[in-house]
Design a protein around this ligand. Structure first.
Ligand SMILES: Cc1cc2nc3c(=O)[nH]c(=O)nc-3n(C[C@H](O)[C@H](O)[C@H](O)COP(=O)(O)O)c2cc1C
Length: 348
């Protein structure tokens, strides 16, 4: 059976639903070229961070001030400093070079949480050739005086600001930590987003007792983490009109097939590609074709969402009832003392 892997995402036609999510691999041209050669459907560049932009803006301001002291009327030349080669400008170069080197769509990523001039960089990314933007809403809400209502309103304003700045498609990458995620997803759509990327994976810091430091611990994901995006994509499919991208835990063709069945337009990968190299895209594609053929699915369009919440005879599987069922499936016989054989049969 020939399997048609074409899909649409954010209104873009992709040759494959396997997409490389932001990582150091998509931050260099060699990585991008190898990803394309391995069959990737699109690439998302690493995020340009608000902090980088505000930092560079501060540097620029300081430069303008100090130079102004020395050169007086020459201030009129300062607009030329727009070409000042700092973080953002290098980023824009990367977009241009990526576009030149690749024929698959190039999605640029912007990370931030406060409204401000830096949103103007969305326009510059578009001008540099980005086919779409991914707005990465990554923050840790540590202030007990700032509630969900305020924070969500801020996020939505930001989505609307970016939407207003560009006419190319905009996807929003969310964290899973929302009290009413389905509601927030709907409001992100209303604010003008064309897609949701589920989910951002937070990196939890650790403590080093010797140096008394809080240290970053970057641990790559495994397929076990797939179930969080899997569940929410299944719940949101058909409920929101935007494209859905699964990110976190896609490592194999079976993982990719699952998120597509749940309703994703694309399955994004980072950890699997960092661990196995960009050529792993080809391995996952072959596995995906095999899984689809084995289950009589001849195209992504035909299988997409067929196991979503709305298409399951028992949608409770995705809801709270499943919590009870899951707990009941635990067998005390599965717990073994050292030396004993394992039995792992569900009870119910
Ligand atoms: C080293 C590294 C760098 C990353 N950089 C970014 C980034 O700049 N922007 C972003 O939105 N996500 C970034 N991510 C998150 C990934 O794009 C992805 O969403 C996450 O790793 C979960 O997917 P996975 O399970 O396939 O790794 C990064 C992940 C890693 C491991």
């Amino acid at each position: 059976m020939t399997v048609d892997l074409r899909t649409t995402y954010l209104g873009l036609e992709l040759r494959s639903p396997l997409v490389a999510s932001p990582s150091p691999l998509t931050g260099e041209l060699d990585g991008l070229r190898r990803l394309e050669a391995a069959g990737v459907g699109a690439v998302v560049l690493p995020s340009l961070f608000e902090e980088q932009l505000t930092h560079d803006q501060l540097e620029l301001d300081r430069l303008l001030e100090t130079t102004a002291d020395h050169v007086g009327e020459a201030q009129s030349y300062f607009p030329d400093l727009q070409d000042y080669n700092t973080g953002p400008w290098t980023y824009l170069d990367h977009i241009t070079q990526a576009k030149r080197a690749l024929s698959v769509p190039v999605i640029a990523s912007l990370n931030g949480i406060t409204p401000g001039g830096w949103v103007g960089h969305a326009k510059r990314m578009r001008d540099a050739g980005a086919d779409a933007l991914e707005l990465n809403l990554y923050t840790v809400a540590t202030n007990p005086r700032v509630g969900a209502v305020e924070l969500e309103a801020r996020y939505l304003d930001l989505v609307a600001d970016v939407r207003a700045a560009v006419s190319i498609p905009v996807a929003v990458k969310l964290s899973p930590f929302f009290t009413a995620l389905a509601n927030f997803a709907m409001r992100v759509e209303e604010a003008g987003a064309d897609g949701l990327v589920l989910f951002n994976r937070f990196y939890q810091p650790d403590l080093d007792l010797d140096s008394r430091d809080v240290v970053p611990r970057l641990v790559l994901s495994t397929s076990d983490e797939l179930r969080l995006p899997l569940r929410w994509i299944a719940i949101l499919f058909g409920r929101v009109g935007v494209s859905l991208a699964a990110t976190t835990g896609v490592h194999t063709g079976l993982d990719a097939a699952k998120v597509l069945l749940a309703g994703a337009n694309v399955a994004m990968m980072t950890s699997a590609l960092l661990r196995n190299g960009p050529e792993h895209v080809g391995v996952v594609e072959r596995e995906l074709r095999t899984v689809m053929a084995e289950h009589d699915h001849d195209s992504v369009a035909q299988l997409r969402g067929s196991m979503s919440r709305m298409h399951m005879p028992d949608p409770a599987g995705y809801e709270r009832a499943n919590y009870v069922r899951t707990l009941m499936s635990w067998s005390s016989r599965a717990q073994v003392s050292p030396g004993q054989a394992t039995t792992d049969e569900p009870v119910g």
